[in-house]
Design a protein around this ligand. Structure first.
Ligand SMILES: *Cc1c(COP(=O)(O)O)cnc(C)c1O
Length: 393
């Protein structure tokens, strides 16, 4: 039986069309886009087309608002540091308790080493942003508001367009980590006040090690990577031409299929959740059920240890994850679920299934076939099951 991959928020399979689009750029089209001869011109043309493809997926007004980077982490680091460096009078940033480590680790570092004040806005039990807390955090010294578009663990969507307007009213710039949203949520950045947006190739069926930062025309910018004049001086270093072409092809595919995919991926996800809830007692779907990604199901199984559950699923050929793949294996309970004040008993057994256009009904059936038995077996081995103290009191 072929394995079932339900960990698409950690990474996605590279689409065969993307690979086909990339291949010539490893072989005959190996030029450096900065070179003035024909080899260079060909490479520059490949990069130019990819920039247009990403622009189109984002609904951006200008293709030069797209700056290619090495991925989501670099884009987030660039946006935050750029906002601080370009506005010396402003030394505060506003972010949330549920961001990816690519934002939170840098914020903690800047707080420690640069005297930056970081306001971390909390969320409620369903992962929704505390809007009063957000308003209070904004002030005349806010350089940047950085809030993710979609959470990687629960799929919860934040109202980034409205938050960007509020940030601007306080004179601050607005950045969003949209790594989980790009290619999954329709967007038209030209109709918003979002100043900067991060995306990553490997989360939308493109290659790893390539991403982009959208920087709205006119927004002050300081490069993170200083070097050559590539990317209009905004990111030094010879362009990763095969990666950029792959990201462009992935963006093109996403733009073509986003609307049709979303519906059936959501149907499969709902079938998974309903199936789990009807077959297995004492479990809870976490997150903002009315505002979330179509592909993500975060389910807490009471009286079960998530790591044991994932191991048993893995043995049955099913790949899922507990929270952020970056944090799993550390034995640290998910910072996202903790910020939501999910009871520790429920966090202990919380796992994430994340679907993609590669997911089929047979994959969901396999999970529903094996999961009740696995959860049942783990529960009978657990002293928690004997006592059965309710997690959500
Ligand atoms: C995966 C992810 C990142 C990191 O992107 P990389 O390209 O792997 O560096 C950042 N933010 C979110 C929300 C992610 O899911």
């Amino acid at each position: 039986m072929s394995p079932v991959y339900l960990d698409n928020n950690a990474t996605t399979a590279t689409d065969a069309e993307v690979i086909a689009a990339m291949l010539p750029w490893f072989t005959e089209r190996y030029g450096n886009p900065s070179s003035s001869h024909a080899f260079g011109a060909t490479a520059a043309e490949g990069v130019r087309l990819a920039r247009r493809q990403v622009q189109s997926l984002l609904g951006a007004a200008h293709d030069h608002e797209v700056v290619f980077t090495s991925g989501g982490t670099e884009s987030n680091n660039t946006a935050i540091l750029s906002a601080l460096d370009s506005q010396p009078g402003r030394t505060e940033i506003v972010t949330t308790a549920v961001e990816h480590p690519a934002v939170l680790a840098l914020a903690a570092h800047l707080e420690k080493t640069r005297g930056v004040t970081v306001h971390t806005v909390g969320v409620d039990g369903e992962g929704r942003l505390d809007l009063d807390d957000f308003e209070r955090a904004l002030g005349p010294r806010t350089a940047l508001v950085s809030i993710m578009w979609a959470n990687n663990e629960t799929g919860t969507l934040f109202p980034v367009a409205a938050l960007a307007r509020q940030a601007h009213a306080a004179g601050a710039l607005f950045h969003t980590d949209a790594v989980q949203a790009v290619g999954r949520v329709p967007m038209r950045l030209r109709d918003t006040e979002i100043d900067m947006l991060s995306l990553s190739g490997h989360k939308l069926h493109g290659p790893k090690g390539i991403g982009a930062l959208y920087v709205r025309k006119g927004v002050p910018f300081r490069p993170l990577m200083r070097g050559g004049r590539q990317e209009r001086g905004r990111r030094g270093g010879t362009e990763n031409v095969p990666g950029i072409v792959g990201l462009g092809a992935a963006a093109d595919l996403a733009a073509r299929y986003l609307e049709t995919e979303r519906g059936w991926i959501e149907d499969l996800r709902d079938r998974l959740e309903q199936g789990v809830l009807s077959r297995i007692g004492h479990c809870h779907v976490l997150g903002d059920l009315d505002h979330r990604l179509a592909n993500t199901a975060c389910i807490a199984f009471d009286y079960v240890d998530a790591d044991a559950l994932l191991l048993m699923l893995d043995r049955a050929g099913i790949a899922a994850s507990s929270g952020s793949a970056c944090a799993s294996g550390t034995m640290e309970p998910s910072h996202v679920l903790r910020a939501m004040r999910v009871p520790v008993g429920a966090i202990r057994g919380a796992i994430r299934f994340s679907l993609s256009r590669d997911t089929g009904g047979a994959d969901i059936d396999r999970v529903l076939d094996v999961l009740p038995d696995i959860v049942g077996r783990l529960r009978t081995q657990s002293p928690l099951w004997r006592d059965r103290v309710p997690t959500f009191a």
